[in-house]
Design a protein around this ligand. Sequence first.
Ligand code: NAG
Ligand code: NAG
Ligand code: NAG
Length: 842
Amino acid sequence: MWRYVLWLLLLLQSIAFTSANLHTEQHVLGGKSSKATTGDSSGAEIITAQAAGQTVREPGAELVESALTELRKLYKPLHARARKPNGLFSALGQFVITALPTFRLTASPPEQAAASRMSNALRHATQLLEESARLNNSDALYILAEMNFYGNYSHPRNFKAAFGYYHQLALLNGNASAMYMLGLMYSTGIGGAVERDQARALLYYTFAANKGHTRAEMTVAHRHHAGIGTPKSCEVAARYYKRVADKAIEWYRSGPPGGRSWILEAHRIADDTGGAYGEGASVVSAGENSARSHPDSEASIEDIIEYLDLMAQKGDFKAAFNLGRIYYEGQRGLSKNMAIARRYFLDVVQKYWKKNRPIENPKGGLERFAGKAAGYIGRMYLRGEGVEQNFDRAKFWLERGSLLKDAQSQHFLGLMYLHGYGVKRDLPQAIDYFKAAASLDYAAAQVQLGILYLDQGNTEDLIAANHYFELAMRWGHIEAYYYMAEVNMYGVGRDPNCQQAVSYYKIVAERAEPIVSSWADANLAYESGNVELALLEYLGAAEQGYERAQNNVAHLLDPDKSRLPFLHRLLSPTPTSPLLHNPTLALIYWTRSARQSNIDALVKMGDYYLYGIGTEADVDKAVQCYTGASEYLQSAQALYNLGWMHEHGIGLDQDYHLAKRYYDSALETNEEAYLPVTLSLLKLRVKSAWNTLTHGRINSIQDEPAPKKEWSFREWINNFLQNDEGQYYEEYYDEYYDDSMPGGDPLDFEDGLTESLVILGLAAVLAFLIMYRNQRQQQVVRQQQMQAQQPQQGLGQQQQQAQGQQHGQQQAQQPAQHQEQQQQELFPQPGDPQFGQWAVGH
Ligand SMILES: *[C@@H]1O[C@H](CO)[C@@H](O)[C@H](O)[C@H]1NC(C)=O
Ligand SMILES: *[C@@H]1O[C@H](CO)[C@@H](O)[C@H](O)[C@H]1NC(C)=O
Ligand SMILES: *[C@@H]1O[C@H](CO)[C@@H](O)[C@H](O)[C@H]1NC(C)=O
């Protein structure tokens, strides 16, 4: 019943929007055909500039203008740092600089108090905007909404107000940006403005997407791809992803010869510290991945540059070339610098070409590096990077590089002949160059060859084209992915494969970060310590389907970050703001990240279910997550957790033997975890021994297990998984999209802890008892010996001992008087007469 009411509501809303859209379109058309007669009462608003052929202004436009003038004076946006400073002291300075505004910006006071803290200028500008918004001015509505959502111009955030403005704007003219934001707010329930509602979210996203809003298109595509709030549909996902991928490729090709280049910004914050569980404990930085993870790669690029610079100054051409390339390509945290890059490249080529001719007997490798450097210089002239575009000079340098068998030079020469940049078009010549470069595994040339083969259209040509695209794809070339998506989509030279096509389109769309996402802004906000803004920006990217953004959102919201190092915690202050306290949202994004094959996120999910963070505790789900993460022995953490659950009988049968097996596998998977796992194993052995001793019900560790069937651990896990695989995948992801989360019995972890303590205590007592017995036996033996030797003296000793015991009893009767003394005697040494009393008395 409720469902129908809801759908009816949505339908009505959609009708309202469609009519609003119609209204705007008419408005726009009317405005274009006859500017002077744009009806309504806005005749007076027509600005003087209209004579110059500009469009009609909305009511309240001059209010917006004066407000913006004030706001711009008030606040300068963040700017990317050109280059990180060197050395410890400047790093410290940097730290101070970033930390100071951090606390000021992120401290988010309660909303009422915040209003009074707004500066007068800001309040005045806001009033102007509000006045304009009452006249239905769309710019004013938009700016007010953004100020309340993102906190632009240091306006305090108010998500309810933001929602109101976006909603008004969406109703006014069906503005796609506003509808996208409404979708975002419904999807995440961020800031408590509205209840989470995936159906409405999808509705708003779809409206925005159908109006061509790129982010909305990507978001809708991701939802249909992953089945969020809607059944999975490869066809729909492919349709939306293709629209974004088309835009991405158009943008890529709109650049200089050879396509646009940009720095990829997408990364996981958690990876900077070795993963969600820290260095060595997370899958990303453990086992076979440990070599690849650089926990502080940003810091080390500075060291690398410093070192290379030193070497280059000493005349090392390899160092100079690599520095040139680093500055030419840039990377996250280090922007490109064409002037410096060019200087280093020139440095290299000048070592090889003296007086316009190659030197004789060049040092080993100089020839090769000179060729590469020449290729870069030619490329810079061809593309006009850091220099005026100049085809003649480009050709000069590229030919030099080409003679030295530099693939890049050959490829760009090919491009010059293909498109006739400064030369006569010559297809065969171009193909020759491309083939030469492709044979050296140069991805861009492989793509060009693939395109040329694709145009031929014969079956063999199509197969060859596919082959070249596949080769280029290994290097992550964006166009290669695009063509692979297209050939898979339409079955060109191969069978159509929607799933493959979608995953390639997704890569293309996500690659084009600058036009589809706010990664750069988000990273900037995070690095400058504005965690809340970073969260909001990552949130958008997460909705768009970036696994890394999903991971970042979850990481920022994760209440359990105690493993982060000290400095890191200082830079990103612990959540004091309600915005950052949202474990339910954290769980949602761990889930989505896990769904895109992030193992650490899957283990995190397990933790949330186990401890009931952001959801009701559900041990069965926790087990499912851990089991999934321990598949193929990937996550030592998950294996350890499974062992722990077997040890304590939480969620799994209590079984010391299996527990030991899991602990052993955890150790096998990750040797760095040796100490904690070994300690657990030790404790387990004690418990197991106790269990055996007391004939407990629990399966104890058997040193020589004799299983009925010789199963390897992997087989065992596989078998275990197969049994309930069917439900496993469907059940545990889709639940969040309903509001109900099936509950489980809350766990009493105090119990587990005290139990362990009691057991350890018992073990200690046992040890003491045994020691005491030995001691006594020895004493008795000694006494017997002594008695045998000197009977009288021995008697005296016994009397003395009896006196001592009496003395001890008296002490126990009057504890208050002898506290000081008792303190010293709390742990009497073996051999001390009181030792016996102490051990037995407990
Ligand atoms: C603003 O738009 C709403 C809805 O479109 C309308 O009801 C209201 O009268 C408008 N206000 C003004 C001042 O035009
Ligand atoms: C929505 O409205 C704002 C303010 O008028 C405008 O800047 C923005 O471009 C609009 N968005 C779209 C997608 O038209
Ligand atoms: C407000 O700030 C956000 C985040 O920095 C930015 O993306 C957005 O464009 C800004 N909006 C306006 C109207 O300045």
